[in-house]
Design a protein around this ligand. Structure first.
Ligand code: ADP
Length: 163
């Protein structure tokens, strides 16, 4: 029996509505989706990787075929470890294409059994990026329309602690 697993990696600091949109659209297309939260030491990070995992789990709690895990090292190694052959990626504007194209070819060179599966960003989400959302949050801007409702307060609170 086919068991098609897709892995969606990123740093997700924080996980925003564009990320959520990609996972929700992909969830019915695969047997299972694993969201992989990259563990990169980053002094600017708003949340620790384990906190990001927990926040994403909160947002996606209603999707029974989606799980969330931290990972370090190469994304292709993580993909193999969870028994997947598909890397799920979201494409915003044309600006993403060059980077994603390069990544996809590099990953294919590392493991030719792995395919990259692209979904275009949702029409209301093409402008969203974690970097810009962190800036808005730090300066106390309105986060509705950028972040999933269940995590807005946690992000606000973290930014107040940092101020
Ligand atoms: P992070 O900055 O949190 O690591 P990335 O930019 O690495 O997030 O994004 C992880 C994945 O989500 C990538 O495939 C990226 O193209 C996709 N992505 C990022 N922002 C959006 C968005 N607004 N809409 C759809 N997909 C997105």
């Amino acid at each position: 029996m086919r068991n098609q697993v897709a892995v969606y990696t990123g740093s997700f600091d924080p996980f925003h509505l564009g990320h959520e949109n990609i996972v929700r659209r992909a969830a019915p297309l695969f047997d299972r989706i694993v969201v992989g939260v990259g563990v990169n030491p980053d002094k600017q990070a708003l949340f620790e990787p384990r906190e990001r995992v927990e926040l994403i789990q909160t947002v996606l709690a209603d999707l029974p075929n989606v799980s969330v895990e931290p990972f370090s090292g190469l994304a292709v190694s993580f993909v193999r470890k969870v028994g997947a052959r598909v890397m799920l990626r979201g494409l915003r504007a044309l600006a993403d294409l060059e980077y994603e194209f390069t990544m996809s070819l590099t990953n294919a060179s590392l493991d030719d059994q792995i395919e990259t599966f692209f979904l275009m960003a949702g029409k209301d989400h093409t402008h969203l990026s974690s970097t810009l959302i962190r800036q808005i949050a730090i300066y106390g801007g309105e986060l509705r329309g950028f972040l999933p409702e269940p995590i807005i307060e946690r992000v606000r609170q973290r930014c107040r602690e940092r101020a």
